[in-house]
Design a protein around this ligand. Structure first.
Ligand code: NAP
Length: 518
């Protein structure tokens, strides 16, 4: 039997006594680790965060916390070859692992820089200007942010075991709030390895990070109004957590990043001879294949002007034909498996649903010959491109195939494409590939309320563009409606999520003494 992953609770490593569930290698089907949290002392976990981790973090100034993050990112960077080995077991190619591992480390560095440059050398964060509220100026007010004295439970999805953990941990550390990291069981072995290194490094105060491998048990029963849940995963789990009495009855803060049917729009000016056409083809192909399409930001819906659909499909098919599916440890492989056989079955089921409204124009969901791997043991699936000739059908706007799957739909007018984009009912990200300023303006103004992020891609920014699918730590990540209605990242904004904003009122001298620069 593979080794049981330990949880880190109240300063000690805890190993559950039962058999747990087995996480297997996505490509080979070999067991990698066992996961269970049975018998875990959740009360001790929450108490330790509140009584030990939080106070220790908040004794540090913002700049000291930022320095700790920098040292931590440097340390993890020196250890990353070990993470790459484990990452292959999640099905990730080297390119995929770089997005997760290097992306997570880079995010930690960015938050360190945010702390040094944008937060004061103190423990309280003033927000906005001091407002004079009396005629004589003896009575003023200013908003201030202070860290919540509770615990931050960070629940992550299986697809980004490193980035997903660090993009939540870094702003919490900066804010001064202790984190309880709960990775998805399927890929917890990678998150656990990184958390082990974080704890062993001693670079963060004891209690600033704890780890739960396995279920949460009754942990949320101990949560109240100073605690916070930052969730990434499916809409159904988000709905379950949102209805927990901690959230509904005791006002535990709850932030959700859930699934979304992101779209990319090719502008009518971007015919097949333009640079933008090539950029669009590349972007859709990349979003279908990076992490085998298991990205919350992947392009699920591609909207193309009616006259350009055939050209687009043949260009995209030509790219997809070059994708080499197989064991991610083989350098010739460009797309690994999805995370598990169960996930592959879910993707196949979703493709079946999409086929009620669309035809497959590339790939066979039931047939693939993986390089250097056994198709019966690994969770392999070919990239699947669908064409939907009736964009009014609900399926392409409602069914998320969380794998290498995208549906192409034609549109006629700018109003058409605006309506179609909104039918995703809220997305993390949308993109517009065009140089037509009028078209771009109309689409941006109408679709921005449905999106947490919009990328307008053209030849001028392409070389430096971070792409449709990459959330950046400096910019907001999250989205309305189906995307969960939450918000993460976004520089200092992300830090403020772990703090309370208070309207502080008094004399100018008092405010200056508390906030510093009031
Ligand atoms: P999931 O089944 O909802 O699981 C997400 C996390 O929630 C896991 O850590 C899981 O732990 C935990 N969980 C499950 N049931 C729970 C419960 N009753 N109480 C507390 N925690 C619970 O989602 P997934 O299959 O891992 O992830 C895929 C989905 O996430 C996709 O739909 C994708 O679109 C979405 N996603 C969104 C984003 C984003 O940023 N918006 C990013 C990545 C993925 P266990 O694994 O131990 O069950």
């Amino acid at each position: 039997m593979p080794e049981m992953l330990a949880s880190y609770v109240a300063g000690t490593w805890y190993t559950a006594p039962d058999d747990g569930v087995v996480a297997v290698d996505a490509a080979t089907g070999d067991p990698v680790a066992r996961v269970s949290s049975s018998g875990l002392d959740t009360r001790a976990l929450v108490d330790h965060a509140r009584r030990v981790g939080g106070p220790a973090l908040r004794r540090l100034t913002f700049h000291e916390r930022a320095a700790a993050l920098k040292a931590l990112a440097t340390h993890l960077d020196s250890r990353k070859s070990e993470y790459y080995d484990l990452s292959a077991s999640t099905g990730a190619t080297r390119r995929d692992s770089a997005v997760d591992i290097d992306g997570g480390i880079a995010t930690t560095f960015v938050f360190s820089g945010t702390g040094r440059r944008e937060l004061p050398e103190g423990r309280v964060l003033g927000d906005g200007d001091t407002v004079q509220m009396g005629k004589e100026g003896t009575f003023v007010g200013r908003h201030v942010y202070t860290a919540l004295p509770g615990a931050a439970l960070q629940i992550n999805a299986f697809n980004f075991p490193v980035w997903g953990m660090l993009e939540k941990l870094a702003p919490a550390v900066l804010a001064g709030m202790p984190s309880i990291v709960k990775p998805a069981s399927q890929t917890a072995f990678l998150t656990a390895a990184v958390v082990h290194d974080i704890i062993d490094s001693g670079l963060l105060p004891e209690g600033a990070v704890q780890l739960v491998c396995g279920g949460l048990g009754d942990l949320l029963d101990h949560f109240g109004g100073q605690d916070l849940i930052a969730f990434t995963g499916s809409a159904s789990t988000a709905a379950l957590l949102r209805s927990h009495s901690a959230v509904t009855g005791r006002a535990t803060r709850f932030n959700a990043e859930t699934d979304s049917l992101n779209c990319s729009i090719l502008g009518p000016d971007s015919g097949s001879s333009t640079d933008e056409f090539g950029l669009f083809v590349k972007e859709v192909a990349r979003e279908m294949t990076v992490k085998a399409g298991q990205k919350c930001t992947a392009i699920r819906r591609a909207f193309v002007p009616q006259p350009m659909v055939d050209d687009f499909l043949s260009a995209l098919r030509a790219r997809l034909d070059k994708v080499v599916v197989g064991n991610p440890r083989n350098d010739a492989v460009t797309m690994g498996p999805v995370v598990s056989l169960r996930q592959r079955d879910e993707v196949r089921g979703a493709v079946q649903s999409l086929r009620r409204a669309a035809d497959i124009v590339s790939g066979d969901p039931d047939q693939v010959e993986p390089v250097d791997a056994d198709a019966r043991r690994g969770a392999f699936i070919a990239p699947i491109l669908l064409r939907c000739n009736d964009a009014d059908r609900p399926e392409p706007h409602e069914v998320e195939a969380f794998g290498p799957v995208s549906t192409v739909m034609a549109y006629d007018t700018v109003d058409d494409v605006i309506t179609l984009a909104a039918r995703g009912r809220g997305s993390l990200v949308g993109s517009i590939v065009s140089r037509d300023a009028d078209f771009i303006r109309d689409v941006v103004l109408a679709t921005a309320p449905h999106h947490g992020r919009l990328l307008v891609l053209d030849r001028d920014c392409a070389a430096e563009s971070t792409g449709h699918g990459t959330p950046m730590p400096q910019m907001v990540h999250g989205g309305p409606g189906r995307a969960g209605g939450g918000e993460e990242l976004g520089g200092v904004r992300a830090v403020k999520h772990y703090m309370q904003r208070t309207a502080l009122q008094g004399s100018p001298a008092t405010l200056a003494a508390v906030v510093g620069d009031a």
